[in-house]
Design a binder for this molecule. Structure first.
Ligand SMILES: *[C@@H]1O[C@H](CO)[C@@H](O)[C@H](O)[C@H]1NC(C)=O
Length: 342
């Protein structure tokens, strides 16, 4: 499938604001004829521009996804629901290529064995939501660009800046995409640790307003790169494979985390506490902005994604916390990092 063919379509839907979950039932899946009608209705509902030719190419993916979402939601044992969202006619592989973008270096993960400023934290609140503390900006949208790493980094910097200065300033992912190019690769992926290094060495980062996001890599704007709105003093990794350490860290500030997001359930997540399935092949950077416990006692992390406010719970996903595997659900405890600001 040609990227050029899709870019206009995906960029347009990336900024649409549909909120409610797309309704359909078993009758809509009964025949190919019914499914074609459903596909048309889906397209109108989400405002996805698709030519008749493109729809013919995508029909099988749409059909498989519609059936999958329907079956999944019939399963009452699942603590979360899926929806036939704006990604409804994309295959898992295509989706991963376009909407994630974490690039693990060839020499493997960072060790996470450096100093950890929250190691001696003994008490944390039973729940934390940095959104309620005013430390989290509105949900953003990376569009069809593998720049998740920039969005994940910015969640951490916006958060610590608000905590230190009481000012919430939306910061520029585009500066990272365009200018942090030594090892990070714009829309072809990157790593949050590296981006924190860049911001520190650069002396700061500019605002979203000054250097707005365009969902593609362009030449670095040197003047804007020199216009620093927020600075940081460094960054640290959370000790690896340790959800308790992650809890201590996020009790104190929003954190950048890496997860495996390229699964069908994640793609179509709608609401509830997500329990998988997913593995630990980290492919996506997101922001960890809190934690809590559901009515049924299930513990969760509050994760800010960068796929627009019309994905998941207004752009967020609650992911199961304190699972038996030390890596955490989808590997959330494997590569967590946060900025330091004195
Ligand atoms: C934690 O406590 C130990 C023992 O008192 C101390 O050596 C260490 O520096 C403390 N760590 C931090 C980050 O404050």
């Amino acid at each position: 499938m040609a990227r050029a063919l899709l870019s206009t379509a995906v960029f347009a839907l990336a900024f649409s604001l549909a909120a409610a979950s797309f309704p359909f039932n078993g009758d809509d899946l009964a025949s190919d004829e019914a499914l074609w009608a459903l596909y048309d209705r889906w397209q109108n509902f989400h405002g996805v521009p698709r030519s008749p030719d493109e729809k013919r190419l995508r029909f099988d993916a749409f059909k498989a996804n519609a059936n999958y979402v329907f079956e999944s939601n019939m399963n009452d044992a699942k603590t979360y629901k899926l929806s036939l969202n704006k990604f409804g006619d994309m295959t898992k592989e295509e989706f991963k290529r376009m909407y994630t973008g974490l690039r693990i270096p060839s020499d493997g993960l960072r060790s996470g064995e450096g100093s950890f400023m929250y190691e001696n934290v003994t008490e944390v609140p039973p729940a934390m939501d940095w959104r309620q503390k005013g430390a989290v900006t509105g949900v953003k949208n990376q569009g069809q660009c593998g720049s998740c790493w920039a969005f994940s980094t910015i969640v951490g910097v916006e958060g610590i800046n608000q905590i230190r200065t009481k000012k919430l300033i939306s910061l520029s992912e585009q500066e990272l995409v365009d200018c942090d190019t030594a090892t990070n690769q714009g829309c072809d992926g990157g790593l949050m640790d590296v981006a924190y290094d860049f911001i520190q060495r650069n002396g700061g980062i500019t605002s979203e307003e000054n250097y707005p996001y365009v969902a593609q890599q362009r030449e670095c704007n040197i003047a804007k790169k020199k216009s620093h709105v927020v600075a940081i003093d460094g960054h640290e990794d959370v000790p690896r494979n340790n959800e308790e350490a992650l809890l201590k860290a996020v009790a104190n500030q929003p954190i950048s985390v890496a997860i495996e997001a390229a699964g069908t359930d994640f793609q179509f997540y709608s609401e509830g506490v997500f329990t998988g399935s997913c593995g630990t092949e980290l492919d996506h950077g997101v922001g960890l902005v809190g934690y809590g416990t559901a009515h049924d006692g299930m513990k969760y992390w509050i994760v800010k994604n960068s796929w627009g406010a019309n994905w998941g719970e207004q752009g967020y996903i609650r992911m199961q916390r304190d699972i038996s595997a030390s890596e955490g659900l989808c590997g959330i405890a494997m590569q967590a990092t946060y900025p330091i600001k004195k």
